[in-house]
Design a protein around this ligand. Structure first.
Ligand SMILES: O=P(O)(O)OC[C@H]1O[C@H](OP(=O)(O)OP(=O)(O)O)[C@H](O)[C@@H]1O
Ligand SMILES: O=c1[nH]c(=O)c2nc[nH]c2[nH]1
Ligand SMILES: [Mg+2]
Length: 165
């Protein structure tokens, strides 16, 4: 999908993300307990912190994956680049992987090939990636771009009347 295929916008506030990540933690109470969390950086870091707090998990490892925005366009996907692996021995049984969202599923596929036995959880899921996730909370359509609070800032906007001139 190229960046101009995202014709819907779904801005998420800090409060909304906190509430939805907490809803994810509630769902995960039915699945755990977990030995620890593997957060997929960078987007998984904030949801992982919320889930860790709610489930009293103190051990957090990371896998660093980058693919979008590498060419300067935030919505343009590049090649999956695993920049740092986790330090977990074995296939991840008993571990919880947390990311902010699954979109095409390419990041999830790369992470699952490293930890095939871990439980994969995201806050948001788009249809193409949904089959790769074990637990998620909110589904959005494939042509929606989710704007996370760390990518947003409040700005003045023109009144509606000026847009209609
Ligand atoms: O299902 P996919 O199509 O692979 O997309 C989902 C991934 O894309 C984003 O990460 P990104 O690579 O932009 O890096 P970031 O987490 O550092 O923002 C997001 O945080 C997911 O990890
Ligand atoms: O901030 C983001 N919003 C998205 O919808 C998305 N899809 C992949 N990567 C993404 N990053
Ligand atoms: Mg990411």
């Amino acid at each position: 999908m190229s960046s101009d295929s995202f014709n819907k916008s779904f801005p998420v506030s800090w409060e909304e993300l906190h509430r939805t990540a907490k809803a994810l933690a509630w769902r995960l109470t039915e699945v755990g307990p977990f030995d620890g969390i593997v957060a997929i950086t960078r987007g998984g870091l904030v949801p992982a912190a919320v889930v860790a707090r709610e489930l009293s998990i103190r051990i957090i490892d990371t896998i660093s994956v980058a693919s979008y925005g590498v060419e300067g366009d935030d919505k343009e996907r590049g090649r999956i680049n695993v920049m740092k692996n986790c330090e977990i021995a074995g296939k991840g049984a008993g571990w919880l992987i947390v990311d902010d969202l699954v979109d095409t599923g390419e990041t999830a596929k790369a992470v699952r090939s490293i930890l095939p036995d871990a439980h994969f959880a995201t806050v948001y899921a788009k249809p193409a990636g949904r089959p790769l996730v074990d637990t998620y909370v909110t589904e959005v359509s494939q042509d929606t771009w989710i704007h996370f609070p760390w990518d947003l800032e409040p700005r003045p906007v023109e009144p509606i009347s000026s847009l209609r001139r």
